[in-house]
Ligand binder design. Structure first.
Ligand code: KG4
Ligand code: ZN
Length: 328
């Protein structure tokens, strides 16, 4: 039995959790900074760092108080060391190093994107390898062929904006607050996909490009002053969702896998979820999503990813550095 303490601070959520054996969340506390950054239309790194610093020890104390777990029972401290914003990453990383030293337990460095993947495994063990992963967050859009938990290959990725970034930028064009993804999702519910936005072409079969689509929406808004916001939101969302789902389905069929994992913030999108339901019936695929709450950043997924490293004895030393552009 192992209790892993997870720490996440790569962007605008400070989160601390204790997870038992990579599958049971004992306690998790998350402080979101969304309301603060919404004032500026996006994450302000310096403000984010300060806020993480203010919250991290309070959240850790809350997690220990709620779980009633003696700090001496913690087996290891797992922390996000990239990708993300360097200042915010450093707050979590320094704090985790201090805890690991004080508690005399190993430090485990976790790749944030592998964390997102583990948000699925935390709740769903019914996934057969090899499988395909659609990783869609605010900074990443990738299709990953996974042979096992430790053996994977990126077969496609965005050559420009990430899917979440495209949602956030189009939301801003529409005058919707940050973060734009959930706002577009909400607005789209009151609209119809009546506008035809083009799906950008890419050279690599499984690569993505969202920058042309974003520009198309920009020109559309400039040239059509009487547009209906809800219809633009719905049309844009439908286009992005079908690009994402069509590509991962094609990859799953070509690689002959049955199970497809969708992870990262954009996995919360209702059109993405709906399209996967249709695709699963049509192509006999099984899609796996994290519960909605665990699509976005949280420390439970970091602790769960840390558990796999813990089992393998892969520990970091206290000179582990933050790597803002860490790859999967
Ligand atoms: O994974 P995440 O919390 O942070 C990163 O690791 O980047 O993802 C945040 C991204 C943001 O771009 C946000 O707009 C998007 O996920 N997002 C959504 C939805 N919920 C969050 N995008 C579309 N539809 C949603 N419902
Ligand atoms: Zn994330």
């Amino acid at each position: 039995m192992a209790f892993i303490l997870g720490i996440e601070s790569s962007c605008d959520e400070t989160s601390v959790a204790i997870v038992e054996n990579g599958e049971k969340i004992i306690s998790e506390k998350t402080a979101s900074q969304i309301n603060i950054h919404a004032l500026y239309g996006g994450v302000v790194p310096e403000i984010a760092s300060r806020y993480h610093l203010e919250k991290i020890s309070i959240l850790t104390k809350m997690v220990f108080d709620e779980s009633k777990i003696d700090p001496k029972k913690i087996s290891a401290v797992a922390v996000t060391y990239g990708p993300g914003l360097v200042g915010p990453l450093l707050v979590g990383l320094s704090y985790a190093k201090g805890l690991s030293y004080a508690l005399k337990v190993p430090l485990i460095g976790v790749n944030h994107m592998i964390g997102h993947l583990n948000a699925v495994f935390l709740f769903d063990r019914n996934i057969e390898f090899p499988c395909m992963v659609l990783m869609i967050s605010g900074a990443h859009t990738e299709i990953v062929y996974m042979r096992s938990l430790n053996d994977f290959e990126i077969i496609g990725k965005s050559i420009d904006d990430a899917a979440g970034e495209a949602f956030d930028k189009v939301a801003r064009m529409l005058g919707l607050p940050y973060p734009g993804g959930p706002q577009i999702d909400k607005a789209a519910k009151g609209g119809k996909p009546s506008y035809n936005f083009t799906k950008p072409k890419t050279e690599g079969k499984y690569d993505f490009s969202f920058s042309g689509l974003k520009t198309h929406v920009l020109y559309f808004l400039r040239d059509n002053k009487d547009f209906k916001l809800e219809d633009v939101a719905s049309s844009f969302q439908e286009t992005v969702a079908s690009i994402l789902v069509d590509k991962v389905v094609e990859a799953a069929l070509e690689y002959h896998v049955k199970d497809v994992i969708v992870a990262g913030g954009v996995a919360a999108n209702s059109a993405v979820r709906k399209k996967t339901e249709e695709a699963s019936l049509k192509n006999n695929l099984v899609f796996h999503f994290p519960p909605l709450k665990y699509c976005t950043d949280n420390a439970s997924m970091i602790a769960a990813a840390g558990w796999h490293e813990y089992k393998e004895g892969r520990f970091a030393s206290l000179d582990l550095e933050a790597v803002p552009n860490l790859e999967v």
